[in-house]
Design a protein around this ligand. Structure first.
Ligand code: NAD
Length: 352
């Protein structure tokens, strides 16, 4: 099978590309604009595999996109390219509207035109898989309720509103034009190659540098955490076996308060890399003003994907977090090159 993956140089996209190349015989074309969040170094272990190819394309560039789709002739398109950081969406929503909404529309149209040229089994088996977030559902009151596939949309941030828009576009292209599409909505991911602006890598790296560990508000916001490689397996399962027209929620069954996550990282670092002054890393925790519109609790009911596609996460939060902290300790060079910008500068140098 031929998989066209958008956003394959990002955190989750790179895990999906690595999973497909390492665990299947399928071909992958990775289309990515390489924004600040795109890092080809996350694909170093598979970049020379003959089943993998990369094209630097902005999904808002209709002509370049159409050419790449028509040339590659994908069996499955997995759409992960997006602006993904909530804080950035509050400071500058324009890029989120452009990539997440206009970009998804542009991709849908390029794929629809290509799909209309197909016939026989290739047309019947074709799928467009849109990867989205549980943040489209807004937040939950109390500790009991869970997001299901039928929870009404109530996004809170420019990021989640733009993702909600893109989900609606994909479902409309399925219903109106018959484009065979599937949507997945997933909880917070964590794991290797996560950009250091996000909570878990930020805490690990700040702690190692003896810097403050910033926690929004009272730190009691609850997120449901999923190890990124479990998500990659789930996405491949949905893309290859999911039912067209359906939505699947994907979650880790790991609800944790942000402050619990930060303390768990501190405890792992105390174990693996004790501070010279023997003070616990938790002494670096600093509470900062809460994010505007901050959602209190997200939690996913992932029973549909478990029952229908037999997918369950393999990692608990404890095993996944341990692997993540070990990965960062072993890959400080990857982090430094992201933090000092050299992962982008060298790329630009090559192009010039
Ligand atoms: P990321 O920010 O790490 O990566 C996004 C990738 O998209 C980058 O490689 C970037 O260069 C690329 N990109 C951005 N704009 C583009 C454009 N205009 N054209 C082509 N490529 C472009 O994001 P991520 O965390 O890997 O998330 C991937 C997808 O999964 C997103 O759609 C996101 O909404 C969704 N998601 C993320 C999480 C999470 O916890 N990170 C959870 C659920 C769903």
């Amino acid at each position: 099978m031929k998989y066209l993956i958008t956003g394959g140089a990002g955190f989750i996209g790179s895990a999906v590309v690595r999973y497909i190349i390492n665990h299947t015989q399928d071909d992958v074309l990775n289309i990515d604009k390489l924004t600040y969040a795109g890092n080809l170094e996350s694909l170093a272990e598979i970049e020379n595999n003959p089943r993998y190819a990369f094209k630097q394309i902005d999904i808002c560039d209709a002509a370049a996109l159409q050419q790449a789709v028509d040339l590659f002739q994908p069996d499955i398109v997995m759409h992960l390219a997006a602006e993904s950081h909530v804080d950035r969406s509050i400071d500058g929503p324009a890029a989120f509207i452009q990539t997440n909404i206009v970009g998804t529309y542009t991709l849908l149209e390029a794929v629809r035109k290509y799909w209309l040229t197909l016939d026989g089994a290739k047309k019947l088996d074709f799928r467009f898989h849109h990867i989205s977030t549980d943040e489209v559902y807004g937040d939950l009151d109390g500790t009991e309720a869970l997001f299901t596939e039928t929870t009404p949309y109530a996004p809170s941030s420019p990021y989640s509103a733009s993702k909600a828009s893109s989900d609606h576009l994909v479902r409309a292209w399925n219903r109106t034009y018959g484009l065979p599409a599937i949507v997945t909505n997933c909880s917070n991911n964590y794991g290797p190659c996560h950009f250091p602006e996000k909570l878990i890598p930020l805490v690990i790296l700040n702690a190692l540098e003896g810097k403050a560990l910033p926690v929004y508000g009272n730190g009691q916001q609850i997120r449901d955490w999923l190890y990124v490689e479990d998500h990659a397996r789930a996405l491949y399962r949905v893309a290859s076996q999911g039912k067209i027209g359906e939505t699947y929620n994907i979650g880790g069954h790991n609800e944790k308060q942000n402050i619990e996550v930060v303390k768990a990282i501190c405890a792992l670092l105390d174990e693996f890399r004790p501070r010279e002054d023997r003070q616990p890393y938790a002494s670096l925790i600093t509470y900062v003003a809460d994010r505007p519109g901050h959602d209190l609790r997200y939690a996913i009911d992932a029973s549909k994907i478990a029952n229908e596609l037999n997918w369950m996460p393999e990692e608990t939060f404890e095993t996944g977090l341990r692997k993540t902290v070990v990965w960062y300790l072993n890959n400080l060079q990857w982090c430094r090159r992201v933090q000092d910008g050299s992962y982008q500068r060298e790329r630009l140098g090559v192009q010039l």
